[in-house]
Design a protein around this ligand. Structure first.
Ligand code: URA
Length: 208
């Protein structure tokens, strides 16, 4: 397990813009996609490649291609959808496995209300996407769902996380890698990340 806070200047600049309170829905959405693209670049740097020969303009040429079964992107509804296009820009042939969870108000545990996973999960690398890693409850439930489906290689991509949420995942699933643009300070009493981005779902969908 590794936690990568990706300090690339482009990511930090774009995330800085996203923190501004007066951003339009369009701007927030575009920036979420752009940061997702850059996080995808980082999170896929250890994908295995193999050498193949293709016909080039001057004859046969050796090139690299990504080896083996491919990737599935796993947006957690609904805010995760705001990062999906950015990831798919980088990996256009990735399959999408959608997960929806709600919180049982009595047990406070996440309950799955939607699960449509790609086929062949045993052989795929799963990239879970959600803008905010707060308590880690939804992420835990999603990881468990993916592992139950046989998935053996899981990474999570987030715009902002808090240490407590990360620690919860590390303790339960030390094999899962986390890529995040910023590890912020803490959760407030209503479960929002500080300084954070506010309600990422509302900002992406233009709701209140
Ligand atoms: N979900 C959000 O949208 N924002 C937070 O700060 C925490 C969880």
């Amino acid at each position: 397990m590794a936690v990568y806070e990706v300090k690339h200047p482009l990511i930090q600049h774009k995330l800085g813009l996203m923190r501004k309170v007066d951003l339009s829905t369009k701007q927030f959405r575009e920036l979420a996609s752009e940061v997702a693209r850059l996080l995808t670049y980082e999170a896929t740097k250890d994908l295995e490649t193999e050498t193949i020969t293709v016909s080039g303009w001057a004859g046969p040429v050796s090139v690299q291609q990504i080896k083996g079964k491919k990737i599935t992107v796993v947006p957690i509804l609904r805010a995760g959808l705001g990062m999906m296009n950015g990831v798919l820009d980088m990996i256009p042939s990735a399959r999408v496995s959608v997960v929806g969870l709600y919180r049982n108000e009595e047990t406070l545990e996440p309950v799955a209300y939607y699960e449509k996973l790609a086929t062949g999960m045993e052989e795929r690398t799963a990239l879970i996407i959600d803008p905010m890693l707060a308590t880690g409850g939804s992420l835990l439930a999603t990881i468990e769902m993916l592992k139950k489906a046989g998935c053996q290689r899981i990474k999570g991509l987030f715009l902002v996380a808090v240490p407590a949420g990360i620690e919860r995942i590390v303790a339960a699933h030390p094999d899962v890698d986390i890529y995040v643009a910023s590890i912020d300070e803490r959760l407030n009493e209503r479960g929002y990340i500080l300084p954070g981005l506010g309600d990422a779902g509302d900002k992406i969908f233009g709701t209140k």
